[in-house]
Write a protein that binds this ligand. Structure first.
Ligand SMILES: [Zn+2]
Length: 383
């Protein structure tokens, strides 16, 4: 016999899908999440039962559900922000698929968290520890996990374990945090007119030389531990007839082995400075750093999630090393994982899509995992 909570989770599914569409259609680029945050706040207020509900200074939405002492206290994080600009774009619905910008990353994650909150309140779940429901800012790109970092800091004494929620990750369970470093690399020169000042140093040409110098350092895609380096954005110059006085690119280095990140950065700096020589100064500005970390498979949190997967007949998941809000808590030493709600693809592109059918299992999976974890004795989950 399903429990009242399990029935409430099943009933929440259509509402989660409708809410996913609504959230997707409210633009929320990183650093401009407030409108979406307001919307989520209103939803949480309507659900009710909170001992604390607020939008914090960064625009994280936080709702605290008081539970039973001695049980594991959870921090749930579903990020609000997307990699897309301000313009609202409609979600297209067709044959079991929703297509839209950020629909799975992470509108569905936020909507599913709301569905779980609603189901817990409606069925009056007991025997669980405190649960902090957070729809946070700043997970993507230059956000550098600012929202989740702030929550981990502000609530460090109020939770024992963290679960991050990502819409797409139904069959993936994060057990490692990929460490990363992000730098802005820039070169400045005097510049000048392309005809009358011809011969002066061109910042774009020098920067291009620096980028080419990275090529021999690029880690082998098949190597383990996996380590990556990417030139993601480049900009600079003034006009076609101006010797470029400035040029900048953004560099991203990641590894499941934090020491590799530092070593590769060192090599990259040395190689770029060597090829540019004394023709200009290569400047490095850190624009992001995500901590690494991991959770053992045998941990009570991971085992609770796997138990729920088994009960629901979900397949053996892929255990992965990720770069999500979970990194903020894993890096701080908390038992942490990141789980999801459905399957889909093309995240971070305008063609992003999710399948709606798996959400029928995904919402119960998320909801039951949260309650299974929050029912654990605190002593078994503490770091
Ligand atoms: Zn995401």
């Amino acid at each position: 016999m399903p429990t009242a909570y399990e029935r409430a989770l099943d009933r929440a599914v259509p509402g989660v899908i409708a809410e996913t569409i609504q959230i997707t259609e409210i633009p929320a680029p990183t650093f401009r999440e407030r409108t979406r945050a307001r919307h989520v706040y209103d939803r949480l207020e309507a659900i009710g039962g909170w001992s604390h509900l607020e939008i914090d200074g960064l625009a994280n939405v936080v709702a605290v559900r008081k539970g039973q002492a001695g049980r594991a206290r959870l921090l749930l994080c579903a990020h609000l922000d997307t990699v897309f600009p301000d313009a609202a774009t409609p979600v297209v619905r067709s044959r079991g698929v929703l297509t839209g910008r950020g629909v799975g990353d992470n509108s569905l994650g936020v909507a599913a968290m709301l569905g779980v909150a609603q189901a817990m309140q409606a069925s009056n779940v007991t025997g669980v520890g405190d649960i902090i429901f957070a729809a946070n800012v700043g997970e993507e790109g230059r956000g550098d996990l600012r929202g989740a970092r702030r929550l981990v800091k502000d609530y460090a004494r109020d939770f024992d374990a963290m679960i991050a929620i990502e819409g797409h990750a139904l069959n993936r369970v994060q057990i490692q945090a990929v460490a990363s470093l992000r730098y802005e690399v820039s070169i400045e020169t005097d510049g000048g007119h392309s005809w009358s000042a011809y011969g002066r140093k061109n910042a774009i040409a020098l920067l291009a030389r620096a980028i080419v110098a990275l090529e021999p350092l690029m880690p082998d895609p098949a190597a383990t531990p996996k380590t990556t380096m990417n030139v993601g954005v480049i900009r600079g110059g003034r006009s076609v007839n101006t010797i470029a006085p400035d040029a900048v690119f953004e560099l991203d280095i990641r590894s499941v082995e934090p020491a590799n990140v530092d070593a590769l950065l060192r090599d990259a700096r040395r190689a770029m400075r060597a090829v540019v020589g004394d023709e200009a100064e290569v400047k490095f500005k850190r624009i992001g750093a995500r901590p690494g970390g991991s959770i053992p498979m045998e941990s009570a949190l991971v085992q609770a999630v796997l138990g729920v997967r088994k009960a629901l007949g979900l397949p053996e998941p892929e255990f992965y090393a990720g770069s999500t809000d979970a990194n903020a808590a894993l890096g701080a030493g908390f038992a942490t994982t990141c789980i999801g709600v459905t399957t889909g693809g093309e995240a971070h592109t305008p063609r992003e899509w999710i399948s709606t059918a798996p959400i029928k299992q995904g919402v119960p999976y998320l909801g039951r995992s949260i309650v299974a974890a929050a029912r654990l004795p605190r002593t078994t989950i503490r770091r």
